[in-house]
Design a protein around this ligand. Sequence first.
Ligand code: ATP
Length: 287
Amino acid sequence: MGRERRLEGVGRRYGARGPWVLRGVGLSVPPGALIRVEGANGTGKSTLLRLLAGLDAPTEGRVTGRPRTAYVPERFPGALPFTPAGYLRHLGAVHGLSRARAARAADVWLERFGAAAHARTPMRRLSKGSSQKVAVAQALLADPELLVLDEAWTGLDAAARAELERAVAERTADGGAVVFVDHDPRRLAGAPVAVHVVRDGALHRRTGQPAPAPGPRATVEVQGPPGAALPAGVLRLAASAAETAPGRHRLSVPATRSDVVLRALLTAAPPWHVVSVRPPADPESPR
Ligand SMILES: Nc1ncnc2c1ncn2[C@@H]1O[C@H](COP(=O)(O)OP(=O)(O)OP(=O)(O)O)[C@@H](O)[C@H]1O
């Protein structure tokens, strides 16, 4: 239990006589998991995400585990009587941050998503895109152990979309779990995503080889503290890792994740020594 959210034999229908939207669904979301939920329109993806986020209760079956959870809904109620800075500080306090930490986290996330200029604009006057940045910032504010994203990329500009991908990689490198729905099949394609498909009210794990991470890869040589295993977060993000000498590892890392991997190595306790980083364009990069 603990930080792992689990659905066991979960069914949900709306109203006593409504059709079953989901039935017999089992799913474990362990720390560090990255799970994509797919399915045709109206099959129950949002229903599943609300159950995982703990915002809805199943009609039958059990939901267990109590990770600190954050959620970005498909439709964020943008017209709230707050400014983004005020709203995020308020939510930070709800998540248990001190006032000072909540204010700092609000500033950091608005800045990262390119919305700092709107920090003090009433939310009802924000564009849809800026409002979505606030929706995403509120979920990341307190480093959730489980992050549930329902089409959270929709409406964001390209820079903010990339920033949200980076934030997801940081959460999983840090041992957080992320479950998401997104209409773009390439979303987070460079990361080791487990795919589950909702069909006919049931959840099916898509099996088979995960597609190789598309895009260029960097090669990172690291030297670890004697006897140390690579941090789990690094292993999750690397496309491959090989120990080439005692304590020396060569990692192949999707270029879009290399900054997150380096940060995870350098902030590990004790930290790892990064011997070299070869960018993807280097013709000597092993393939
Ligand atoms: N609050 C609700 N009350 C009644 N019916 C609901 C409610 N929420 C969802 N439903 C119904 O449950 C079914 C699944 O809806 P859900 O939103 O979970 O699917 P989805 O796969 O996320 O859809 P989409 O791809 O359109 O976002 C639909 O038939 C929908 O009408």
